[in-house]
Design a protein around this ligand. Structure first.
Ligand SMILES: [Mg+2]
Length: 254
């Protein structure tokens, strides 16, 4: 417990001390061996330690710092920086590996949902940055999340460029009706696949579930160029070329 508090303090001080950059600060981040040798880029603003193997929520002790991070627009700027870096990287990869034609090599980008395409900041703010299952269900069933605009734009740009887009979420398969409706309501449409956690995947870690589903996609002929998410577990344990890690100052799910 003591160790986690110290690490969180160091992380959140960084929110306060690091000036908002005018230029892109997307840098390689190192989540340890789970990256399976694949490069991951981010802004370094996620809650450390990225190698943590148990989930946690930041809680009320740092609410002021977390709210400042989101309400000041800094989170949005960093989300935009990562979305731009991801687009440029995918474009370069397709130019080099697919002769510029993404359809010819079935180039695919995988997107996570929560804190990637959709923001649940208002929900977590209302729970003092803890988790409440009943409140969470109500929040999502009534689609009170908001789109993360730079990531939605990235999604649309990639899709328009002929790249396959797959949405993969740790939400349960039973939430498909309102998850799908909420994505569509926010203008996120036209995916190749929308993958939710099947009943037999309930007991798996996010890392095991997502890497397993990416491996299955690759067996189906999808060539996964990049995964875009707010958790290392969106891009760990292989079956992709590279990962782009969006900031999440609220919780960690390994
Ligand atoms: Mg997420």
């Amino acid at each position: 417990m003591r160790r986690i508090v110290i690490l969180l303090t160091a992380a959140l001080l960084e929110f306060v001390l690091v000036a908002s950059p005018a230029s892109a600060q997307v840098v390689p981040v190192d989540p340890g061996s789970t990256a399976a040798g694949r490069p991951i880029w981010g802004t370094g603003q996620n809650l450390p330690p990225l190698t943590a193997n148990t989930p946690y929520f930041v809680g009320p002790g740092f609410a002021t710092e977390v709210e400042a991070y989101y309400d000041s627009g800094k989170a949005l700027r960093q989300q935009a920086e990562i979305a731009t870096a991801a687009f440029d990287w995918v474009k370069r990869w397709i130019a080099n590996e697919c002769g510029g034609n993404p359809r010819s090599c079935k180039a695919t980008v995988v997107f996570d949902v929560d804190e990637t395409l959709l923001s649940n900041y208002e929900f977590y703010k209302g729970t003092d940055f803890t988790f409440d299952q009943e409140g969470w269900n109500a929040f999502n069933e009534s689609c009170r999340s908001t789109p993360i605009v730079p990531v939605r734009r990235l999604y649309t740009r990639l899709r328009t460029a002929g790249i396959r887009v797959v949405i993969m979420t740790g939400r349960a398969e039973t939430t498909r009706p309102w998850t799908q409706a909420c994505l569509e309501q926010h203008g996120i449409t036209g995916w190749d696949r929308l993958i939710l956690r099947a009943p037999d995947e309930t007991g798996l870690s996010a890392d095991a579930y997502k890497s397993g589903e990416r491996a299955a996609l690759q067996r189906d002929g999808y060539r996964i160029v990049a995964s875009i998410g707010d958790q290392v577990s969106d891009m760990s344990s292989g079956s992709l070329r590279g990962g782009f890690l969006l900031p999440n100052a609220m919780y960690l799910i390994p």
